[in-house]
Design a protein around this ligand. Structure first.
Ligand SMILES: [Zn+2]
Length: 263
């Protein structure tokens, strides 16, 4: 059984400690989710998406079940939504659920899809769901009401975005530990380009990461440009995700978890 401590990226832990210093952040986040969001999302899922079961999209249902078994996590509800963008997300605090886009189901093979599911399970395992849901809530609020709500929620929003990017790195570790780093790299490549046929080399993004870091560190201006752009991202760039896992694959913890989750 995997524990949150096994996969938590040190920067995620650090960012979480920073986040906890904001007064009342926990109670504010929880009340936003409970009063505003969880019920609304669950209703919307049931109304507009397809819930996976042993009869409906059984492939997704059984792969999710197998993924949760490997991690040692109770199985959340899984929904599939119609979207050409390959993506997945998890919501909710009391009973989290996972939503996966139709293009991911179509273009990822079984192992890669389990890897994507394991990433979402990583968020649940590390209890990221609470803050992640709020990041999304504030983002949507910002989109709806524009600049006014951004100025109100701005500093808290950027702090949450910063943490959200770090939390992705922990979830990626859960994915790599559950399905192997090579499968993780293939999944990340497919998400980056949106294609199902990416050839047989799983390490292109790792090489691109080296090229990207060279570009970023070429001048101070390049570095400032890249960092300013990143402040508003909810996810780290694909190359950095690939790079982080490529480094982590040599760690004692990765090897230990691989032995334990080995198929
Ligand atoms: Zn994620």
């Amino acid at each position: 059984m995997m524990k949150d401590d096994d996969i938590m990226h040190p920067e995620d832990r650090k960012a979480l400690q920073m986040l906890h210093k904001i007064p009342y952040i926990d109670s504010v986040c929880r009340s936003i989710i409970e009063t505003e969001y969880e019920g609304l999302c669950r209703g919307e899922n049931l109304a507009t998406m397809l819930k996976a079961s042993s009869q409906s999209v059984p492939r997704v249902f059984h792969l999710m079940k197998a993924t949760c078994q490997r991690i040692g996590l109770p199985m959340p509800e899984v929904y599939i939504y119609n979207d050409p963008v390959m993506n997945a997300y998890t919501y909710g605090e009391t009973s989290p659920f996972v939503c996966i886009s139709s293009s991911s189901v179509e273009r990822l093979d079984d192992r890669e899809l389990m890897c994507m599911m394991a990433h979402e399970c990583g968020h649940i395992l590390c209890k990221h769901v609470l803050y992640n849901s709020v990041v999304r809530f504030l983002h949507e609020l910002g989109e709806e009401f524009g600049i006014i709500s951004y100025s109100l929620s701005g500093p808290i929003y950027l702090a949450l975005q910063y943490w959200s990017r770090r939390s992705e790195l922990s979830a990626d570790r859960c994915a790599a530990a559950t399905m192997g780093e090579e499968t993780f790299q293939r999944m990340t490549m497919k998400i980056a380009c949106g294609l199902s046929d990416i050839g047989c080399d799983p390490y292109q993004l790792v090489r691109q990461a080296k090229e990207y870091h060279g570009h970023e560190n070429h001048s101070l201006w390049n570095k400032i440009q890249q960092n300013c752009r990143m402040a508003f991202y909810s996810h780290p760039q694909a190359v950095n995700r690939a790079w982080e896992i490529d480094r982590w694959k040599n760690s004692y913890m990765y090897k230990k978890l691989r032995r334990e989750t080995q198929e």
